[in-house]
Design a protein around this ligand. Sequence first.
Ligand SMILES: Nc1ncnc2c1ncn2[C@@H]1O[C@H](COP(=O)(O)OP(=O)(O)OP(=O)(O)O)[C@@H](O)[C@H]1O
Ligand SMILES: [Mg+2]
Length: 614
Amino acid sequence: MRKFKTKLPSPKITFDRVGQVWFTLREVIILIYRGNPKLLTLVFVLNAIWGLSSVPTFYLEKLIIDKLIAGSGSGDWRPILYSVLILVVLSLVLSLFRNFLSSYIGYLRRNLSRFFDAEIDALIGKKMTELDLSTIENPDFKDRFNKVERESGQRAWQLMMPLSDIPNYLIGFITATLVLIFVSPLVSLGVILFSLPRFFINSRFIKKEYELHGQLSPLHRIWGWISYYLRRNRNYMEMKILGLPDYLTKKMKATIEIILEKRMEMSKRREISSFVGFLPLNFYELIISSFLVVWVIVGKITVGSFQLYLRSLRSAEQNLSSLVSSFLEIYENYIYVTDLVWLLGLEAEENKGVRKEKIEYKEISIEFRNVWFKYNKDQKWILKDVNFLIEPGEKIAIVGENGEGKSTLIKILAGFYTPDKGEVIVCGKNLKELDLSQWRNRLAVLFQEFELYPFTVREAIGYGDINRMDDLQAIEKAAEKTGIDGFINELPLKYENPLSPDFERGVHPSIGQMQRIGISRMLFREKARVLILDEPTSSVDPKAEARIFNELVEISKDKLLIFVTQRFSSVRIADKIFVVAGGKIAETGTHQELMQLNKRYAKLYNLQAEGYRL
Ligand SMILES: Nc1ncnc2c1ncn2[C@@H]1O[C@H](COP(=O)(O)OP(=O)(O)OP(=O)(O)O)[C@@H](O)[C@H]1O
Ligand SMILES: [Mg+2]
């Protein structure tokens, strides 16, 4: 596992604009294709057919007009009527087909977008659980990840629309241009040439918008944070008392105003430039139409062909300009896609390298040898030369003041951080060389900040061993051991009751009750050989605490038990007590030994005991 001592790795991306458009396009197609290849292919093919079907429409119109003109004035109107009628019906059928196709594509596109959305959600979720803790806690990472997370929903749709339109515009443009070749290849070339100004103007704006995005991103971050605080109800009470909602709302509005103002200004300039950029093409169209009019007059082409060429010319222009717009829209998601690709491309260090060896964890011993550790480069050492040995079957209590590194010690033990210097030895092997998932399989850890999982009580406890989640009896037994069974049995749905008011009939357990459910989960993890608890009973009442510790002693007879506590009442059950202070294990011994030593431990103990006596 590596800590981020430097900047995060960035994906390799050329900063040339076309490169960026291409990168975005390619990555998104890969992502969607991975999620739902059939649907994506279908949408592309149908969109291409849609693009292909416009020229036949024009051609049918040409035939109708030509027939009508040829027949006008002639005596016998019947054959003309019939043939024109057939053409009109054909044209109607084609139009119906196009309408149907358009609705069907719309329907598929919405589905595809939902799939894409869900796929991204699943990929991000999975990636986050794989990454190293040190990666996830890195501020750089958090910043970028927040952005990805915040934007992922809306981006799916914004990417899907222009992307799925590309085959349609591309084929539409190619077929219309092919028709124009009949007039003259130069006409086709002209469409492309006269579209260039618009393309360049727009591409200039890509860069400007990119820069604006960069300028506005600190403001966006403020906006995001305030809206997060306002919406999240966890700190509702605190914010009410501080009188923050009004203040923050105003601050948010002011921030949004600045953002909108800048964005509107940019949009205005973009639209004006776009209008100007279109002018050459408008003039070109005027010239070509005049030219075609002359051809009609001199009899070189029919009126129908005139209509066909003009329609094709407009269609070529429109398709080309829509194609450019689609690319631009896709490009606008460039930053998001870059971040997403970066996130999905990150790899956990613990999955790399040599950490492979599997061993039999029978008699487990744990040793810290000269362990030094700090969270980041600029920080002070948290652990300075920590040494200890835990022998098979021992019960260890870890005590110490806030911030001395007790929880850190546990995270290192579980392999979430690696020491900067020194070694963690498990069963005589360096933890660095062991298969981490196998090691974690042997651990039952209740972290200081643990999760409750609010779906049902059965799950909240059953997650301790997901293979035995259906063993309700064992779950009930685990609940009994912490005495939380009384609370559960009074719930309307008992073990199927949700543990959050978010769900119907859900309840909100008190903090002490949550802790007891958390401990029950640990106790349910019977396969564990090492039980680790970080202040498990800090909010549990004394009676329940005594009971829980009795249970822990009982259960951990042939296991290792390591617990962090601030309450000295529970410390006595330990075979050894580690006092963490100044980044070291300052004192080690039994309660009696440490009291006799009459130093740090004795002082802390007496302080607490005095507090009770008062
Ligand atoms: N993820 C982190 N990144 C940076 N610093 C951290 C991180 N976690 C903890 N620290 C710092 O490391 C030090 C030790 O923290 P730790 O949580 O191990 O203390 P503790 O002994 O468990 O304290 P407490 O009794 O409050 O639970 C603290 O100074 C804390 O600020
Ligand atoms: Mg702690």
